[in-house]
Design a protein around this ligand. Structure first.
Ligand SMILES: C/C=C/C(=O)SCCNC(=O)CCNC(=O)[C@H](O)C(C)(C)COP(=O)(O)OP(=O)(O)OC[C@H]1O[C@@H](n2cnc3c(N)ncnc32)[C@H](O)[C@@H]1OP(=O)(O)O
Length: 261
């Protein structure tokens, strides 16, 4: 059975992880290939406005497959081949998700552990069930965050909190996650998907071209200088001012009616 169940609802794509026997572990199965394929498809399809990433059942993701890690003790697997396995494997998920121009909502339905937490951090927005927990637990199994967590987690929660989480490996609950900005909302578990869909519908109602450019600016703003970000913003704005959606929004404002996009 596929790791991801994909559902399409208008401009909204919902990707649901569904491998309960490993608690949605992200390695040792087809998870990487399926995420990469999905992202490639979304990049080709301008009718997609929003992606929701969630999981079936009570667990979001248990991260890397720990049982499968016994392989690494095999002498035939050299450090170089392990590096390559990471490059060709789980590291393709952050690259694929980060390259998406559509907003990504993480609907975190339960524990998000190790690479599972990092997957959540790769989403632009995170809302969670009040039963969710979050742990950057790599250190507890004797490894480092090899999947980009050291890049994503500090951007989500700040360096001090990320350091505490990465050095202790301890889980935080949804209340702590809300307090440190890891999630923007915690809701009862049975309200999570409706809340994620409602948020996605609000986003999808806005003009897609401008949404994509906004996401690119937010992404570039994470590392660009102010001067170069302002330059890029001016170029995107020049394009935005010429769109039919902008014309419609301004006309609707003047005519005191809601815009029709
Ligand atoms: C490259 C990436 C590296 C990393 O991400 S490092 C971090 C690796 N992850 C972990 O250390 C998390 C380990 N798992 C857990 O903490 C818990 O599990 C959960 C909170 C995710 C779920 O708890 P509950 O629902 O109580 O399930 P359960 O009884 O612990 O496990 C049920 C079955 O699922 C298998 N399983 C759970 N997590 C993993 C995993 N990460 N890799 C492989 N299998 C896993 C177990 O072994 C067991 O299986 P059986 O029924 O055969 O005993």
């Amino acid at each position: 059975m596929a790791f991801l169940q994909i559902e399409r609802d208008g401009g909204i794509v919902i990707a649901t992880m569904n491998q309960p026997e490993t608690r949605n572990a992200l390695t040792g199965n087809t998870a990487v290939e399926e995420f990469v394929r999905l992202c490639a498809e979304i990049r080709q399809d301008t009718s997609v406005k929003v992606l929701i990433v969630t999981a079936a059942g009570p667990i979001f993701s248990s991260g890397g497959n720990v049982k499968d890690m016994r392989r690494f003790f095999d002498e035939a697997l050299t450090p170089e081949s392990i590096c390559e396995e990471y490059r060709q494997g789980i590291q393709r998920i952050p690259l694929a998700l980060h390259a998406l121009d559509v907003p990504v909502i993480g609907a975190i339905n339960g524990p998000a552990i190790g690479a599972g937490l990092d997957l959540a951090c790769m989403c632009d927005i995170r809302i969670a069930a009040d039963t969710a927990t979050f742990a950057e637990s790599f250190v507890r199994v004797g490894i480092v965050p090899g999947d980009g967590g050291a890049w994503f987690l500090p951007r989500a929660v700040g360096m001090a909190k990320a350091s505490e989480m990465a050095f202790t490996g301890e889980a935080i609950d949804a209340r702590d996650a809300l307090a440190c900005g890891l999630i923007s909302r915690a809701v009862p578990a049975d309200e999570l998907l409706p809340a994620a869909r409602a948020l996605a519908a609000k986003i999808a109602a806005n003009p897609g071209t401008v949404m994509r450019m906004t996401k690119r600016l937010l992404r570039e703003g994470q590392h660009a200088s102010l001067a170069s970000l302002l330059e890029l913003s001016a170029s995107y704005q020049a394009l935005a001012h010429k769109t039919a959606e902008h014309r419609e929004a301004v006309t609707a404002f003047i005519e005191k009616r809601p815009p029709k996009f």
